[in-house]
Design a protein around this ligand. Structure first.
Ligand code: M6R
Length: 551
């Protein structure tokens, strides 16, 4: 730093997700009090920031940003009477909303104060150094021992010590948690992007999901789920709630559970569920899926369902995450940290978990024979090899993406499970390449979407399901006849498709319920190369955050 050395060793920073005001230097964190003595970073939303700001302005505080966060700095400053911990505790009483906040005070330079309410915050415990972060990968390079801060707790960190207090100011004995993720998992490891690395990690991720959950004699063991036959029989329906990619995995889960357990399943986006007054009782099993375990909409859905008596089963990737802590039963995906905003390995492992749960329920219900379960489980175990086959085709997928990267619209079609794969492929394309893409059940083409097909339109067709293959082939012929450029993904039982389309990928024969796992990998790679060809920032697509901890 200009002017000589600067002895300070405590610091805070935050990559801001713009909730108030445009992304700009003025709106960037940290935000400071008028005298510059208090600095804060904040994740979440302060809902009552307008009246607080008006009050503080009337008291003479000068605001420089459009953010809600800045009120926290000014409030702490106005509450500061020589003890930063006390000032923060006073401040918390006035805040409404969701927040994880770190506070520094110039007069107590060795302390960092952290607070949390409905927004993720972890404390990393090091040797002569301590950390706070909103997500585990951020600190993995430094430590794998963490505390999970609970809602309404306040932590005081110095380099040698961490103290945590509850709402009433009583010191809390925190149990530390050991994270078994490899620090290397949070590095790109030679890949150009985290997304590509994570796509390539999928064979291993699936194996890690299955490890210890299928015994030698083919029994499914889900130790973290305490659902016995009697409990399961008590549910008259299941609701699955999730967002984005996790929603798509839930869509497959619905199909699997209805197929194997014969229990009616409703699927709902968490952002819709929370405002629709859902019909829930103690006969409801709510299944939620979330990579991060911190998605605000999904957490709100859990809260609503629990208050009405539902039991909650969570499928998540992050040990000790808020969703894991709220759920009655948990199945961890064990995918390892997912850094890229675009979810890939979390999706295939969520699908694998849903299949395990569906078979497990099917067996409890007596609807699935041992032979049937064995066959699906064997296919599931082999799915890593099938993913590898898809990865081996990366160059061909890249060529197709590079040929068509100037197209501004793309359509994806499929039926049944294949339609869900199309939905997930479409989401990947949108979020990282910014190409407008839509997925349709292929049978719906004739009810409207086919009007969009013209010379050169890109159509990605997923046709892995035997019972609908012929129907899908007809749909492919319909769009080809109108000039579409078609990439198809099917099984190697159907080499005849090669002469009908511009590019085809044949998945080695597998059980149909498992086929969505390798099939989606072709679409992930296509979306990835499309984004690269278009010069997009693959790992950090515009307007998106990895964990959506605000509404
Ligand atoms: O952490 P979650 O699984 O709850 O996140 C849900 C969605 O925000 C997430 O899947 C999002 O759609 C991804 N960016 C998709 O790639």
């Amino acid at each position: 730093m200009e002017g000589g050395s600067w002895p300070q060793t405590t610091g805070i920073g935050h990559t801001r997700w713009a909730t108030h005001g445009e992304p700009s230097d003025l709106n960037a964190h940290p935000h400071t009090s008028t005298d510059g003595k208090i600095a804060v970073v904040h994740n979440g939303i302060i809902e009552n920031y307008i009246p607080l700001k008006e009050k503080l302005i009337a008291q003479g505080h000068r605001f420089v940003s459009d953010t809600d966060t800045e009120v926290i700095a000014h409030l702490v400053s106005s509450n500061y009477k020589g003890d930063i911990l006390e000032a923060v505790k006073e401040t918390v009483k006035e805040l409404q909303g969701s927040y994880s906040v770190a506070v520094l005070c110039q007069d107590e330079p060795d302390k960092l104060i952290a607070i949390r309410k409905n927004s993720p915050l972890i404390i990393g415990l090091g040797e002569g150094e301590n950390f706070i972060a909103s997500d585990i990968p951020a600190i993995l390079k430094h430590t794998r021992t963490i505390y999970l801060l609970d809602n309404d707790e306040v932590a005081v960190l110095t380099k040698d010590d961490v103290k945590v207090y509850d709402e009433l100011g009583k010191e809390v004995e925190k149990q530390s948690l050991k994270i078994d993720w490899d620090p290397g998992d949070a590095e790109k490891g030679g890949y150009d992007h985290f997304m590509l690395k994570e796509i390539h990690e999928q064979p291993r991720a699936i194996q890690d999901t299955l490890t210890g959950r299928i015994t030698e004699d083919g029994e499914i063991k889900l130790d973290d789920i305490k659902l016995d036959k009697e409990t399961l029989d008590n549910f008259d329906h299941i609701q699955i709630v999730a967002c984005g990619t996790a929603y798509n995995a839930g869509m497959l889960g619905k199909q699997y559970i209805e197929k194997y357990a014969r229990i009616p399943v409703e699927m709902e986006a968490a952002s819709e569920y929370r405002y629709k007054n859902p019909i829930v009782s103690d006969k409801t099993l709510l299944i939620v899926l979330s990579q991060s375990g911190e998605t605000a909409d999904t957490l709100a859905a859990i809260d609503i369902a629990k208050k009405q008596g539902a039991r909650v089963l969570a499928i998540t990737n992050v040990v000790g995450s808020s969703i894991a802590r709220e759920a009655d039963d948990i199945l961890y995906t064990n995918a390892g940290p997912e850094i890229a905003v675009a979810s890939t390995k979390a999706y295939v492992t969520q699908v694998a978990c849903m299949l395990l749960i569906a078979l497990y329920m099917g067996e409890l219900k007596g609807n699935v024979t041992k032979e049937e379960a064995d066959e699906v489980l064997a296919a599931l175990k082999e799915s890593s090899d099938l993913i590898q086959r898809a990865l081996d085709d990366a160059d061909k997928i890249k060529d197709f993406a590079y040929e068509h990267f100037k197209n501004e619209d793309m359509y994806l079609i499929g039926r049944g499970e294949d339609y869900v794969t199309a939905m997930e492929g479409s989401l990947k394309i949108k979020e990282i390449s910014y190409v407008h893409s839509e997925s349709f059940p292929a049978g719906e083409l004739k009810h409207g979407p086919i009007a969009l097909i013209e010379d050169g339109t890109v159509v990605l067709a997923v046709a892995t399901q035997e019972n609908t293959f012929e129907k899908l082939l007809s749909n492919i012929k319909e769009v080809k006849a109108r000039g579409a450029h078609v990439l198809a993904i099917t099984s190697d039982d159907h080499p005849e498709i090669m002469t009908e389309v511009d590019q085809a990928f044949l998945i080695p024969k597998t059980n149909q319920v498992v086929a969505p796992i390798p099939a989606v990998v072709y679409l992930q790679l296509f979306a990835y190369y499309l984004a690269v060809a278009r010069g997009c920032d693959v790992d950090k697509p515009k307007n998106l955050a990895k964990s959506v901890t605000v509404e």
